[in-house]
Ligand binder design. Sequence first.
Ligand code: PLP
Length: 403
Amino acid sequence: MLYKDEDYAELDEQYIAHTYKRFPVTLLSGKGATAYDVEGKSYIDFGSGIGVNSFGYCNNNWIYAVTEQLRKIQHTSNLYTTIPDVQLARRLCEVTGYSRVFFGNSGAEANECAIKISRKYGVEKRGESCTNIITFRNSFHGRTITTLEATGQDVFHKDFFPFTNGFRYVPVGDKEALINAVDDTVCGIMIELVQGEGGVITVDKDFVKFVENICKEKDIIFIIDEVQTGVGRTGTFLASEQFDVKPNITTLAKGLGGGLPIGAILMDDVVKDVFTYGDHGSTFGGNPVVCAGALAVLGELFDNKYLERVSEKADYIREKLLEIPQVKDVSGLGMMIGIKLDDSFTAGEVAGKCVENGLLILTAKDKLRMLPPLNITQEEIDKGIRVLKKSLFELEYKVKLSF
Ligand SMILES: Cc1ncc(COP(=O)(O)O)c(C=O)c1O
């Protein structure tokens, strides 16, 4: 049995594929917004495992739901119905007004599924050339060959050719470019409402409405990728509620599972019958244990009224961040927070210093990024902000503080 971070780092280096640049920490356990490493050091978690642990580490209701289900039946395949997956689908439809759900295992898969639905719809409506999808510059939609191409950032379009054809990119907010990109061959438009990986940039509400109107006018499937913004993260269950739009398809993942892998594709009446038997599938999609966990996440959000408190907490965090002298701007929506720092710091070095001082915090492009658990306490917020302040001070003055 090994107990030191360095030992696990060595195993990691030797046996894990070199695709992740990891911080020198091996996490062992956690409760709420506090994680502990193998040496017993504690960390305030402002990242939620990149927006996944909606109710932090080891939320009691979530553990109960998952372990109860584990004891009943862990997997059946999609040849049979299970109770948690139909209950979750019904609950999702009830809280969002959608009509039907397909369950997968990740955000990229959810977006792939949305792309498949749009293409089948387009081909059936306007013939075989109607397969193009419009996405937006600086977006992020996943890492499969198709969703990499859907991602509107050139940096992702390398090394893995040939990518899937049929994507057009439009700068966010550019109505004219959007009009020019739309023709009879476009079957879908996919957008994030807050570009998370792209630097926590909130899209203009008027532009989102414009996209919806074009989709309605031209009979194009409107897809909102809420993989990161969904499930209460921005203060409403779906961020689209704050933009007064209702896309034909919303994709969810990350926070829905509360820590277990899930993707969900919410379909409205326009698209709910596009897929017929055999069109799509997933071995693990709708897994009963995962769905039981997701039901517990929805229970915490709605029955235990956490959703009502997300915006309040987010406002408090923003206020505290803006008091820090090295913070130049705070972006995003609700508990999806981007922090623009003074140019003398890089987000990466600050995140590294924070880890050293006991705070897990994310980056997105040149910003620090926070996706705290939705149930983070005031005490945990204050403690995390204190560590951030201390880390910025230490970097600026090249000192080590003793508290
Ligand atoms: C908006 C958005 N879409 C899709 C994805 C891909 O999700 P996954 O990593 O679960 O495939 C992400 C992941 O960061 C995301 O932020």
